[in-house]
Design a protein around this ligand. Structure first.
Ligand code: HEM
Length: 133
């Protein structure tokens, strides 16, 4: 499996552990205010990152491109800042709002970069790699 796919799966499972922990905490405490943080940790973290990992596992030529690592860094940074700041915002800390806004845009930039990866052709990647040799 390409390194970036492994990295995505490792990061995804951390977000699932975090997302389920928030879910269990909400269930036990009866306070469902941070539902949004729970849902986004599970969906932007676990589900989306696992899908990114599967895509890279199925497209090993694209997985070795520098863009793949840049995309991982941008998306993961955005989600990693978004989840705790959203948790705090939904728990009543309104000062978190600008951090939630900026981290959401960073995560979205990561998604746009993934769109670039998806629409780029395998052929062009292979040609560039062989030209560099
Ligand atoms: C043991 C695991 C889990 C527990 C204990 C749990 C618990 C909860 C709780 C207490 C809520 C709030 C419900 C409400 O206030 O209406 C919730 C909402 C939600 N959960 Fe989970 N959850 C778990 C796993 C997951 C997973 C794996 C996902 C997605 C992959 C997920 C996605 C969502 C979503 C999208 C909502 C929002 C639903 C809505 O607002 O209509 N949850 N969860």
């Amino acid at each position: 499996m390409p390194r970036i796919a492994n990295l995505y799966f490792r990061t995804a499972i951390i977000f699932l552990i975090l997302g389920i922990s928030i879910g269990l905490h909400m269930s036990i405490s009866g306070n469902h205010a941070p539902t949004g943080a729970h849902a986004h940790a599970n969906l932007l973290g676990w589900v989306t990152m696992a899908i990114f990992g599967v895509y890279h596992a199925l497209n090993p030529k694209k997985a070795v491109r520098r863009l793949a690592m840049i995309q991982y860094g941008v998306y993961t940074f955005g989600v990693a800042v978004l989840i705790p700041s959203l948790y705090l915002l939904l728990s009543g800390n309104t000062a978190m709002e600008p951090i939630v806004a900026v981290s959401s845009l960073i995560a979205f930039a990561g998604v746009l970069l993934f769109a670039v990866i998806i629409f780029s052709s395998d052929e062009a990647v292979a040609t560039a790699a062989s030209a560099a040799r």
